[in-house]
Write a protein of this length. Structure first.
Length: 300
C-alpha cells in the first residue's frame, strides 16, 4: 500500500485530496495545525509549519511515497501583515520538507498569482513577477522545492471549492451572500481558469503515473472566465438570484494588497503527459453538484 502525506489536509484542497486517496486505498497521513476529524488521530500530525522548530516534531518513521504540500496561509492580507512568518512558512518550510522527504515524490501546490497578470495564458517558461507577499513567498517556495535535490514537482494552479465547515472561499462567499439576498460585486476585469478541488486527486494520481520530469506544471481549466461571470454562473447553477451580482472593475488602490488581473494558465505541458483538464462549465457544474449533496447531508 502506498502512503501519501498531505500537508494542509483539512483545507479546501486538502480535504478533497484526503477523501480521494483514501477511496483509492492509499494510506493517507496529514499535517495541519488544528486537529481535524477527517483523519484518525494517529494518522495526523498537528504542528505549526510556520514555526522555526517544526521539523523536530516529524517522526523518523514518517516515510511517505508521495508528499503533497498544500498547507499555506491563503489570507493575502494576513501574509502582507506577517511577512517573516509567511516567508518562513511558504519558502523555508517548503525547502525543509522537500529535503526531509528526499525519498518521496514531493508535490508543491503553488499558485497562478506568481505572475503579474498583464498577459495571461502563462506557460511554465514565462517570467514570474509576483505582486504581493503571498505570491512572492509562494514563488520562493517553488525555488526551494526545485533546488532541494528531491523529486520535486511544482503545480501552479488556482482552485475553487468549499471547506468543511464552511469558510470564506469565493464560492462560499457568493453562495452565502446570495442566500442572504445581499447585493455583491464581481470583478469583470479579473480573469482566471481555476479547477474544482474535487478534480485534483485523479489529476495528481495520473500525473505521478505519467512519470513526469522534475519541474513546474500548470494545472488549470481548459478555458477562462472572469470573476464576475464565475459568480453569475454559480448563481444560475445553484438557482440563486444572479441579478444581485453587479460587474465591477478591479482597480488596485495604493496601500491595499495588489492583485494581478489575468493569471490564466496554459496547460499544454501537462496535457503532453496525457492529462485532460475540464472546461469552466464542467468545473462549475461538478462543484455545484457536489456542494448540493454536501449541504443536504449537513442540513445547511
Ligand atoms: N485558495 C485559493 O484560491 C488558491 C489559489 C491558488 C493556489 N492555492 C494554493 O492551494 C493550496 C491549498 O489552498 P487551500 O485554499 O485549500 O487552503 P486553506 O483552505 O486555507 O487550508 C490551508 C490548510 O493549511 C493548514 N495550515 C495553515 N497554516 C498552517 C500552519 N502554520 N501549520 C500547519 N498547517 C497549516 C490548514 O490547517 P489549520 O486550519 O489546522 O491551520 C489547512 O489544512 C495552498 O498551497 C494555496 O497556496 C490556493
Amino acid at each position: 500500500m502506498q502512503t501519501v502525506l498531505i500537508t494542509g489536509f483539512s483545507g479546501m484542497l486538502g480535504r478533497e485530496l484526503t477523501a480521494y486517496f483514501q477511496t483509492k486505498g492509499f494510506n493517507v497521513l496529514g499535517i495541519s495545525q488544528q486537529h481535524s476529524k477527517l483523519l484518525p488521530k494517529e494518522k495526523q500530525l498537528n504542528i505549526d509549519l510556520s514555526s522555526e522548530g517544526f521539523k523536530d516534531h516529524i517522526s523518523e518513521h514518517f516515510n511517505p511515497d508521495i508528499v503533497i504540500h498544500a498547507a499555506a496561509f491563503t489570507n493575502l492580507k494576513y501574509c502582507e501583515e506577517h511577512p517573516e512568518e509567511t516567508v518562513r512558512f511558504h519558502s523555508d518550510c517548503t525547502g525543509i520538507l522537500a529535503q526531509r522527504f528526499q525519498n518521496s515524490k514531493f508535490i508543491y501546490i503553488s499558485t497562478d498569482s506568481v505572475f503579474d497578470g498583464q498577459l495571461g495564458n502563462y506557460s511554465e517558461l514565462d517570467k514570474v513577477n509576483p505582486l504581493n507577499l503571498y505570491a512572492s513567498s509562494k514563488q520562493q517556495g517553488e525555488e526551494q522545492a526545485l533546488n532541494s535535490g528531491a523529486d520535486a514537482y511544482v503545480i501552479r494552479t488556482n482552485i475553487i471549492g468549499y471547506h468543511e465547515p464552511l469558510k470564506t472561499s469565493l464560492f462560499e462567499w457568493v453562495y452565502k451572500s446570495l442566500k442572504e439576498e445581499r447585493q455583491i460585486n464581481g470583478f469583470s476585469n479579473v480573469l482566471f481558469n481555476p479547477l474544482f478541488c474535487g478534480f485534483y486527486g485523479e489529476l495528481i494520481e495520473n500525473f505521478i503515473l505519467s512519470k513526469p520530469q522534475i519541474g513546474i506544471y500548470n494545472f488549470a481549466a481548459s478555458d477562462e472566465i472572469s470573476k464576475y461571470e464565475f459568480l453569475t454562473r454559480v448563481a444560475q447553477e445553484m438557482k440563486l438570484n444572479s441579478s444581485l451580482i453587479s460587474p465591477l472593475e478591479l482597480i488596485n488602490e495604493p496601500g491595499g494588497v495588489i492583485r494581478p488581473l489575468n493569471t490564466t494558465l496554459n496547460t499544454q505541458k501537462a496535457q503532453m503527459l496525457g492529462l485532460k483538464f475540464p472546461s469552466m462549465d464542467e468545473n462549475i457544474k461538478q462543484l455545484c453538484y457536489n456542494f448540493k449533496s454536501f449541504i443536504q447531508k449537513h442540513g445547511i
